[in-house]
Write a protein that binds this ligand. Structure first.
Ligand SMILES: Nc1ncnc2c1ncn2[C@@H]1O[C@H](COP(=O)(O)OP(=O)(O)O)[C@@H](O)[C@H]1O
Ligand SMILES: [Mg+2]
Length: 299
């Protein structure tokens, strides 16, 4: 559905997106995971044909973003990072106004709006102005606004940023339900949990580059393995790990051991370096991120 090869975007010589290549398949949820400033929104803007690429190729449904902007936009629904709803209009009027951009006949638009309001449990807010809505309601409204033209590809730029857990879970359910209806979904997020729960495949981005690509479990297995054992970063611990040829990485006060057999290395550590706290857990996307970039996600 979307193919990028060696895609670049510079702003006055500052490289925001640096030679990225990716391929979004029909019907999947494809994620861009990365900290603020990674280049996610810049990439979304190029897909949406609202910001021209600097170089490389980018095709949406086989069409070049440089030459087929109008055609591409017809197939896209977009949830931008900022809500940008019209505060002078009601919920219903916001949706109706949007339907006019796509020249949807009024009668069809009215019917569709009622269905969409019902889909995200906003029917009771139909005639309310925007300002009194909660953050979660505004986000759901922007989500259905993006669905008004029945898009084949839905782009969600940080769909749940700043929302409480209940509101976030509701949006996640809606995104999954759209996938089951065959909508191809591209989302950006800096929430590791969101990426792990929703994405069929994803890329991890930082400083404009793609650092890893695959399904969440493939990425974890490729870069870390299945499990992590953590203990104190201490010379005797390091010596023990070297004796057992363990794969490990040090992070300031802690050492992380990447392993397929957490019992075995835990047993050796307890035997050879007693009285240290040791924890074992499953490896996650966060571990991959730490390993690839050597730092925590920047919020
Ligand atoms: N219009 C612009 N002009 C100059 N720099 C920009 C512009 N838009 C984004 N950037 C820069 O490009 C980098 C990537 O930004 P962005 O794509 O918004 O990141 P993300 O969405 O991953 O947080 C940032 O360093 C940002 O400051
Ligand atoms: Mg962004």
């Amino acid at each position: 559905m979307i193919v990028a090869k060696g895609l670049n975007k510079s702003f006055d010589g500052f490289v925001a997106v640096d030679e990225i290549s990716f391929n979004v398949k029909e019907g999947e949820i494809f994620g861009f995971l990365g900290p603020n400033g990674a280049g996610k929104t810049t990439t979304m803007n190029m897909i949406q044909c609202i910001s021209p690429k600097t170089s490389g190729t980018l095709e949406v449904m086989g069409m070049d973003v440089n030459t087929h902007q109008r055609e591409i936009k017809k197939f896209l629904g977009v949830v931008p990072q900022e809500n940008n709803l019209d505060p002078d209009l009601t919920v219903y009027e916001n949706l109706l106004a949007y339907s006019r951009y796509f020249n949807i006949p009024r009668e069809i638009a009215e019917k569709r709006i009622d269905e969409l309001l019902n889909f995200v449990q906003l029917t009771g807010k139909r005639d309310t102005l925007i300002e009194p809505l909660s953050g979660g309601m505004k986000r759901r409204l922007v989500l259905i606004r993006a669905l008004i033209n029945k898009p084949k590809i839905l782009i969600l730029d940080e769909p749940t940023v700043g929302l409480d857990p209940q509101a976030r879970h509701l949006i996640w359910e809606k995104i999954k339900s759209l996938r089951s209806r065959g909508v191809t979904i591209v989302l950006t997020t800096h929430y590791l949990e969101e990426a792990a729960r929703l994405c069929d495949r994803l890329v991890i981005m930082d400083y404009g580059k793609i650092l890893a690509e695959g399904s969440p479990s493939e990425i974890v297995r490729e870069y870390i393995g299945t499990d992590i054992v953590e203990t104190e970063n201490d010379p005797s611990v390091i010596a023990c790990l070297k004796r057992h040829a363990a794969r490990f990485e040090t992070l300031e006060d802690t050492v992380q051991i990447y392993t397929e057999n957490p019992q075995e290395i835990t047993y050796q550590l307890l035997k050879e370096c007693p009285s240290r706290p040791i924890t074992a857990r499953q490896a996650s996307l966060e571990d991959v991120f730490l390993k690839l970039t050597g730092k925590k996600l920047r919020e």
